[in-house]
Design a protein around this ligand. Structure first.
Ligand code: AMP
Ligand code: FE
Ligand code: FE
Ligand code: ZN
Length: 271
């Protein structure tokens, strides 16, 4: 199997890179670690592979948050040179921004009558709304993580704090500067129509066609859309661990090998 969208404890996943690598090594040919706005977990993944002499192929990845027309657009980057100074600098700034945002988030919830402190969050790496959602479930404020997002943590809800994120173009440029491939993450979750004018504004190299939130018909639509335009095709479960979301997503997505091979070929071309 191949899964190119996985989160770890370095952002809002609940498995460490080591756990993820050891868990997938038997069944997977390749995985990518794509934490939100950080590349800090990738080395641990490579070390685990080396120390255990595993044949699993680990693809370097990141998932950058950006905003376009008031919607969240996530851009996945693959195969970056992790030492690129501008990449490192920008990611540090985004990390600071995340900390500030989540501090404001817990303050807003507290003012709203749901007391919560930053120090109570189950943080292991860069903070995100998912940590707040999990803490809210634990405190009994909501029953599910989804409920926390729907009722409190999304635009126009009492615990929502916007963030000065990158534009999609800036995210793509950053990935390209680091010699990486830029892919539009889960288009089915954005809430905007994927068409040619969208692509003019958000000029990605490819599209995440296969994703745990894409129904079969939608997947086929994106696959045809990407193939027609000679865009790269990727896929991943977007798993955040066993208890990272309301349910386990690992194993739900397997990127067809023909698309993975094309991605590798493309990455070789820009290395
Ligand atoms: P943030 O990076 O802090 O803006 O939070 C984005 C994260 O929240 C992503 O990992 C999403 O997968 C997660 N997320 C967004 N909406 C939901 C939802 N309804 N249920 C569970 N997780 C969600
Ligand atoms: Fe997440
Ligand atoms: Fe995402
Ligand atoms: Zn993700």
């Amino acid at each position: 199997m191949i899964d190119l969208h996985l989160h770890t404890t370095y952002s809002d996943g609940t498995r460490t890179p080591e756990e993820l690598v050891l868990l997938t090594a038997g069944n997977y040919q390749a995985i990518a670690i794509t934490d939100h706005d950080t590349i800090d977990g990738i080395n641990e993944g490579f070390l685990t592979i080396k120390n255990n002499e595993l044949s699993l192929k680990l693809i370097t990845g990141v998932e950058l948050s950006s905003v376009f027309q008031n919607k969240e657009v996530h851009i996945l980057g693959y195969g970056m040179d992790l030492q690129t100074p501008e990449l490192k600098t920008t990611l540090r700034i985004l990390e600071e921004e995340r900390i500030e945002r989540i501090k404001k988030t817990v303050d807003k919830l507290t003012e709203h009558g749901l007391p919560l402190e930053f120090s109570e969050l189950p943080l292991t790496g860069l903070p995100g709304r998912a940590h707040v959602a999990r803490a809210m479930v634990k405190k009994g404020y909501v029953r599910t993580i989804d409920e926390a997002f729907k009722n409190y943590l999304t635009p126009d809800r009492p615990g929502y704090v916007p963030r000065n994120r990158l534009s999609p173009k800036a995210a793509i440029e950053l990935i390209h500067k680091a010699k990486g491939v830029a892919i539009l993450a889960h288009p089915g979750l954005i809430g905007l129509e994927l068409n040619d004018s969208f692509l003019e504004n958000i000029p990605v190299d490819g599209i995440e066609v296969f994703h745990s939130a894409h129904e079969k018909a939608l997947t086929s639509f994106y696959e045809e859309f990407a193939n027609k335009r000679h865009l790269l095709i990727t896929g991943g479960s977007d798993c955040h661990g066993k208890k990272g979301k309301d349910r386990e997503l690992l194993g739900l997505v397997d990127l067809p090998k023909k698309y993975f091979d094309k991605l590798l070929e493309f990455m070789d071309g820009i290395a």
